[in-house]
Design a protein around this ligand. Structure first.
Ligand SMILES: Nc1ncnc2c1ncn2[C@@H]1O[C@H](COP(=O)(O)OP(=O)(O)OP(=O)(O)O)[C@@H](O)[C@H]1O
Length: 240
């Protein structure tokens, strides 16, 4: 299968502090992949580099054979590579529906935006119920839904989700997971960062374990770890 995303030799960091030490990952057309690993080891940094929010010091990123290594974030979104922002990064005084509509800003996303809005409302009925409510008055879980809804309004050809259920109650978590599962079943390629490896294994075809700014293991359906192996990956041998 041909590659939709090809990330090669990425090194990046903040100021003089290096975080990523030469990351290679890829994603085929129609594939969903997951990233997991300990906190603070560079997963979000890698996603920021892929979506153009942080410049790498070395390496190359190709999206559907287009070199996007130095592209601006808006250009990357317009090409269809969309990173759902955490729920607090939106215009709080705007209404829910207005925010969704505005997200379909690129010419590609503009076409068919009304149908896409219906799809988002079907995914997240709470957003339909709250269509006139100001975004800043939404609960944490509803903001997270709005954030994914906005990303869906961009007509993603690849959707990036960074810990989409972090800090949510079990009920909201399962509501969101169901919606993410529906998005995957619609055939939208995904990169998902999650701590819950079992959820990732069910949702995606392949996982990368990232530790200290490097890919240390790749997992696919043929080498699925058992529960103990997963514990070892997180905590080392002391998990025994
Ligand atoms: N804006 C920033 N400025 C400086 N350092 C940062 C910044 N953002 C992240 N870092 C540092 O970069 C390292 C990697 O952070 P990153 O958020 O990429 O990790 P992560 O694997 O996504 O962790 P988590 O699961 O906790 O979000 C950490 O040491 C973090 O403190």
């Amino acid at each position: 299968m041909s590659k939709l995303l090809d990330v090669q030799g990425i090194r990046a960091g903040y100021g003089a502090v290096p975080v990523l030490h030469g990351i290679d990952i890829h994603l085929s057309k129609g594939e969903a992949i997951g990233l997991f690993g300990p906190n603070g080891h560079g997963k979000s940094t890698l996603l920021r580099v892929i979506s153009g929010l942080l410049r790498p010091s070395e390496g190359k990123i190709a999206f559907d054979e287009l070199d996007v290594t130095d592209a601006r974030p808006a250009t990357i979104v317009a090409a269809g590579l969309v990173h759902a922002q955490q729920g607090n990064a939106m215009f709080g005084d705007m209404g829910v529906e207005e925010t969704l509509e505005l997200s379909a800003f690129s010419p590609r996303a503009r076409e068919g935006w009304k149908e896409r809005l219906e799809e988002v409302h079907a995914l997240f009925p709470r957003l339909a119920e709250r269509r006139r409510q100001r975004a800043r008055t939404l609960s944490g879980g509803e903001r997270q839904m709005l954030s994914i809804g906005c990303a869906m309004m961009c007509a993603p050809r690849l959707l990036i989700l960074d810990e989409p259920t972090l800090g949510l109650s079990p009920r909201l978590k399962s509501e969101l997971r169901e919606a993410i599962d529906t998005i995957a079943k619609k055939g939208v390629p995904l990169i998902v960062v999650e701590q819950d490896v079992e959820f990732l294994l069910a949702l995606t075809q392949r996982l990368y374990l990232i530790e200290q700014g490097e890919v240390v293991r790749e997992i696919d359906q043929d080498n699925t770890p058992d529960h103990q192996e997963i514990m070892d990956m997180y905590f080392g041998e002391q998990a025994h």
